[in-house]
Design a protein around this ligand. Structure first.
Ligand code: NDP
Length: 298
């Protein structure tokens, strides 16, 4: 076994986007319309604005319709819910994504609960979370963990019987990741801030998914030789050059790379997969709404 491989999420995401584009062309040929993704951005948060711009660009690049709804940070909860209802009822909209976090006076959970689950391409609605939990294949699955699973299957093939440790139990990454790995018949442990002997727990794993939000917390020495590591973390830290910052993951990549079979880099690993899976989910949702079968190869 060759140790120390970097798993190129950027290249895989490009391939996935190519497959989505083929599926979109087929969808257009069959239905005479493009799948539509509506993205709602509330306020002027610079990071959210960048995400929304790149989502819009990627959506158009695969041949889908991108609809952006920018609203001021002063929007009321009622007005935002009305917008969601409008999009629920709009036949040209197949996917609805409300960019989070919302300004503090707004209730994220109520907004997500109002999205039609069939258009919930982020997979955050409890109906989709429930479908994932019971193994219903019609679930729309959160993009980041779905992207992680795709990378793992591409690297390892059959995951059945493997020991998987997911660090983090958030509703958007940790829990759905664990459910996906269980669905692949892994033996799954979910670790979190109350876990005792995290190093020992991680050392058992053939697959480690770190979704914590703590820079380079998972040390190389914790990783079992030959394990595959998926680093979901995105942490901004000071760079060597004064006044500059850089992005690092939750895993000490330099320390882990000599122990592991493969590891996703940060940036360039899981990050690019998230938007690619969003596009995939939009095509899946559009196909389901039109009564078409699940697009091939996705
Ligand atoms: P949350 O803050 O919602 O969850 C973090 C989880 O980490 C919690 O379950 C928490 O445990 C656990 N945790 C915190 N400290 C420790 C510790 N010392 N030991 C073990 N577990 C700990 O984060 P998210 O799930 O939203 O995101 C996680 C990371 O992934 C972030 O860096 C985020 O930026 C990144 N991310 C990246 C995406 C991408 O596209 N690449 C998309 C989404 C997120 P507890 O529940 O006990 O508090």
């Amino acid at each position: 076994m060759t140790l120390g491989k970097t798993i190129d999420g950027k290249a895989f995401a490009e391939k996935l986007r190519g497959r989505v584009a083929v599926g979109v062309a087929d969808f257009v040929a069959k239905t005479g319309r493009k799948p539509g993704l509506a993205v709602v951005l509330v306020g002027e948060d610079p990071a959210s604005s960048v995400y929304v711009r790149s989502k819009g660009k990627a959506t158009v690049e695969v041949g889908m319709e991108s609809l952006e709804f920018k609203r001021p940070a002063t929007i009321s909860q009622e007005e935002l819910l009305e917008l969601v209802e409008e999009l629920n009822g709009d036949p040209s909209v197949d996917g609805i994504l409300v960019q989070l976090p919302l300004p503090k006076h707004l209730d994220d959970a109520e907004v997500i609960a109002r999205i039609n689950p069939a258009k919930d391409v982020d997979g955050f609605h409890v109906v989709n979370a429930g479908k994932l939990a019971v193994g219903d294949p019609t679930a729309l699955v959160p993009c980041t963990p779905m992207g992680c699973l795709m990378l793992l299957k591409d690297e390892l093939g059959d995951l059945s019987g493997k020991e998987a440790v997911v660090i983090g139990r958030s509703n958007i990454v940790g829990k759905p990741m664990a459910a996906l790995l269980l669905g692949e018949s892994c033996t799954v442990t979910i670790a979190h801030s109350r876990t005792h002997d995290l190093a020992g727990v991680v050392h058992r794993a053939d697959i480690v998914v770190a979704a914590v939000g703590r820079p380079e917390m998972v040390k190389g020495s914790w990783i079992k030789p030959g394990a595959t590591v998926i680093d979901v973390g995105i942490n901004r830290v000071p760079a060597d050059e004064e006044g500059k910052t850089k992005i690092v993951g939750d895993v000490d990549t330099a320390g882990a790379i000599s122990h592991c079979a493969g590891i996703t880099p940060v940036p360039g690993g899981v990050g690019p997969m998230t938007i690619a899976v969003l596009l995939r989910n939009t095509l899946v949702a559009a196909s389901a709404r039109e009564g078409l079968p699940m697009p091939e190869g996705l």
